[in-house]
Design a protein. Structure first.
Length: 387
């Protein structure tokens, strides 16, 4: 029984082993076929991925070029904007600076005008103070008539002292009386002051009619007037002398005296006539050359030209049509301008004016002296009532 059982068990085991072996072979072949398929699939996927990557790279090339082009365009745009901004900033800054400079210049001009105006006011106030407090009597009008200051000196002065000051005179042959400044102290007195310049407050840039009738302040700066001067020096049987008193910027004095002086009437434009010269300032009226000679010349202003420039004069190699215009519209007995003009624009200290007050025969080191103040005064040399 045991033997039979063992045989039966052996047969069973053998049969089962065959079955297992037969079953394993088909399984192994199938597994091999599956691995190959997987490999093929993997290779296909890798190929597809490579193709996709290549395609993606190919697709990336075009956008990168476009993007680079866009970036370059933006760069140029930003550079242009920056450059334009810098240019605009420079322009606006330049304009701002220019406007500021113009504003500052305007302010300086305004302040300069204010300073000049204040200086003029101070000078006027100083003159007023001097008149009221320092020397009140000489500039108070004295109601005493005479033919001229010499006549007043000779008549009233024989009875009482006649002070320098303002007097009313009525020259012989004149249709009216008028006020004058009489210098009763200088060289015996009796001088009628016909012109005076001191501080430049009164402008002498005047018309013909103003020079005819006179202008200014008799207690300060003034021009007596051509008509009044004519009435004084053209009295019957009289003769007059002229004294020109000059003062320089450094307070030096010089003078020019003429023993004869008279002017013609208005019809002859008040031609001037001078006698013999004496003094230390030189004879600027006659000058050094024939064309400088102002003696016997008519009076000229910018609106009435009698200066002898026909058609032009040459002054320092420059053509001049009108000596009055060349001399800042002042009036004088010009002859091709000449070497004298005591009515020129007043100089301020240190200010050089080629056409200002000048008497060019008064020189220092061969240069004309800068004149600060001047006066012209006349006096009788013959009074028929006392001879």
């Amino acid at each position: 029984f045991r033997v039979t059982s063992l045989i039966s068990l052996s047969i069973f085991l053998f049969s089962w082993g065959e079955t297992v072996i037969s079953n394993v072979k088909p399984c192994s072949l199938k597994g091999t076929r599956n691995v190959g398929a997987v490999e093929k699939q993997l290779k296909a996927e890798e190929k597809n991925k490579s193709a996709d990557i290549a395609k993606q790279k190919e697709q990336c090339l075009v956008p990168c070029d476009v993007q680079a082009k866009i970036l370059r365009g933006e760069k140029h745009y930003m550079c242009r904007n920056l450059q334009n901004s810098l240019v605009e900033y420079a322009r606006s800054t330049k304009k701002l600076v220019r406007n500021m400079m113009d504003d500052q210049q305007s302010s300086l001009d305004y302040l300069s005008n204010q300073v000049n105006e204040l200086m003029n006011r101070v000078l006027l106030l100083n003159a007023e103070v001097l008149r009221k407090h320092l020397d009140p009597l000489p500039y108070k009008t004295v109601q005493s008539h005479g033919l001229d200051c010499t006549d007043i000196k000779d008549t009233i002065g024989s009875v009482s002292k006649t002070p320098t000051g303002l007097y009313i005179i009525h020259p012989e042959g004149s249709n009216y009386a008028f006020e004058v400044l009489c210098d009763m102290d200088f060289q015996g007195g009796g001088w009628t002051v016909v012109q005076k310049r001191t501080d430049g407050i009164i402008t002498f840039q005047r018309t013909w009619s103003e020079y005819l009738d006179g202008f200014g302040d008799l207690s300060g700066e003034f021009w007596l007037g051509l008509r009044k001067i004519f009435n004084i020096v053209n009295q019957k049987a009289t003769s007059f002398s002229l004294y020109v008193d000059l003062e320089s910027e450094n307070d030096k004095h010089a003078y020019a005296a003429y023993d004869g002086f008279w002017i013609e009437d208005e019809a002859c434009s008040f031609k001037i006539h001078l006698g013999h010269y004496s003094g230390n300032a030189g004879d600027a009226f006659r000058g050094y050359r024939k064309e400088d000679n102002q003696n016997s010349m008519p009076f000229s202003t910018f609106d009435v030209d009698n200066d002898g420039c026909r058609p032009v004069c040459t002054i320092k190699e420059q053509p001049v049509k009108s000596c009055s215009n060349f001399s800042d519209n002042t009036g004088w007995w010009f002859n091709q301008c000449g070497l004298a003009n005591l009515n020129g624009v007043h100089r301020y200290t240190g200010r050089f004016l080629a056409t200002g007050i000048h008497w060019d025969t008064w020189t220092v080191n061969n240069k004309p002296v800068k004149i600060k103040s001047v006066s012209m005064k006349i006096r009788r040399t013959y009074n028929p009532y006392f001879h």
